[in-house]
Design a protein around this ligand. Structure first.
Ligand code: SAH
Length: 395
């Protein structure tokens, strides 16, 4: 039996059901496991801690799939997958929405696996060498359990590289994906380019927040920074914003945004799209003396690694500072960070510093979080990454 024995004193995190074994925690490796092989993980006294899969190239050598003895096989994966799907079933069945994340990696006990549903199509990312041998089985199970029309792979190349895997894209099962899939999200329709849009095509993690922000938009002017294909812009317009400006540096995203306005009969003079870098636009607007009632800041991840946290913190602070300067008294700043390394406490401090430097008084009226379909397993706090604040700008 292939077995990984931990160093003395390194058992605690696994006993707390955290699924990662780092290379530095390993005392001995028995049975010469190859990438993807199932291994038993035991403590220094050889007590069984769980069963996982081996990934020789990654700093995370083993990711556990179960915390008791037992096989990793089709039956086990079927039960694990069914549990993940069950968490999303009522959302998909009892609402009119037809898109959400079905599998969120470690939080759904399927390490490194992401599966997003867009109407009848699924988009997957496989970013863990240990699940690679199970790809065909998982795809068959997904097809069986969801009744989808087609399954597409769009794995993140950088993440796969860290696992010693090559990039991987293309149809895995069923019909080839059309370029555009129409999804319904809380009364709005979005065209999602699942073959070449960013990530798997759409930022599903913001669905609940797009809906929540609506209640602050009525009768207000809105500046949606990092708009992508218009998620927050359409939410604001449909909620009765008097004018919305959408800013993004990606021309293809803005083209899709225009189509999304049309899909929802919202293509009127209340909206303007600007292709620009947000930092430049905020400074230009300041120089022109422009003012706005509500600003959304939803930038891409600034800190990819722990070592970049301080630099990222400065970037978030500068962004919020430039935005707050534009906001009318009584208006709102809606600000997000999707960098896992920046926790809520730090993000709140960054935002407070921005208000202070702008010489404005503000208060937090709501804390925001990634959607329910991106659950945070209590045993795996690393899965918490998206945080946001709605701040009122008092004077
Ligand atoms: N809020 C969006 C998701 C934003 S993702 C939604 O709800 O769908 C981040 C976006 O920032 C991407 O569309 C990317 O093209 C854009 N982007 C990245 N750097 C930028 C910059 N410096 N200026 C403007 N847009 C930028």
């Amino acid at each position: 039996m292939k077995t990984v024995r931990l160093k003395k004193g390194r058992e605690a995190s696994l006993q707390r059901r955290h699924p990662w074994v780092f290379s530095g925690a390993i005392e001995t490796v028995e049975g010469n496991p190859q990438a993807g092989d199932v291994v038993r993980v035991v403590g220094s006294d050889r007590t069984l801690l769980g069963v996982g899969a081996w990934s020789p190239e990654s700093q995370i050598r083993v990711r556990l799939l179960r915390f008791e003895d037992g096989a990793i096989d089709r039956d086990f994966l079927q039960v694990t997958l069914a549990a993940a799907l069950a968490k999303r079933n009522s959302y998909l069945q009892d609402t009119d929405n037809n898109a959400c994340r079905l599998v969120f990696g470690e939080s759904d006990h399927l390490p490194g696996l992401i599966v997003d549903r867009y109407d009848d199509f699924l988009v997957c990312q496989f970013q863990f060498a240990g699940l690679e041998p199970w790809k065909t089985t998982l795809v068959e199970l997904l097809a069986e359990q969801t009744g989808c029309r087609g399954i597409l792979e769009r794995s993140d190349t950088a993440a796969r590289k860290r696992e010693g895997l090559t990039g991987s894209e293309g149809t895995l099962w069923g019909d080839p994906a059309p370029e555009g899939v129409l999804i319904r999200e809380n009364g709005l329709q979005f065209e999602v380019n699942i073959t070449s849009g960013q990530k798997t095509g759409f930022y599903l993690d913001q669905a609940e927040n797009r809906h929540l922000v609506r209640s602050y938009c009525r009768g207000r002017t809105v500046l949606n920074c990092f708009a992508y294909t218009g998620g927050f812009s359409l939410a604001a317009l449909s909620a009765g914003a008097t004018h919305v400006t959408s800013v993004d540096s990606s021309a293809p995203a803005l083209t899709l945004l225009e189509r999304n306005l049309q899909h929802n009969q919202l293509h009127d003079s209340r909206h303007q799209a600007i292709e620009a870098r947000v930092g430049n636009l905020l400074r230009d607007w300041q120089a022109e003396g422009r003012r706005i009632d509500l600003v959304v800041l939803d930038p891409p991840k600034f800190a990819e690694q722990k070592s970049q946290v301080m630099k990222a913190a400065r970037a978030y602070k500068d962004l919020a500072l430039q935005a707050v300067k534009l906001i009318n008294p009584g208006g709102y700043l809606v600000t997000f960070s999707c960098s896992g390394g920046i926790d809520l406490k730090l993000f709140q401090k960054i935002t407070a510093d921005a208000f202070l430097d702008a010489d404005r008084d503000g208060e937090i009226v709501r804390y925001l979080h990634q959607g329910f379909d991106h659950p945070v397993a209590l045993a795996f706090p690393e899965s918490q990454y998206l945080k946001g604040l709605i701040c009122r700008v008092n004077d």
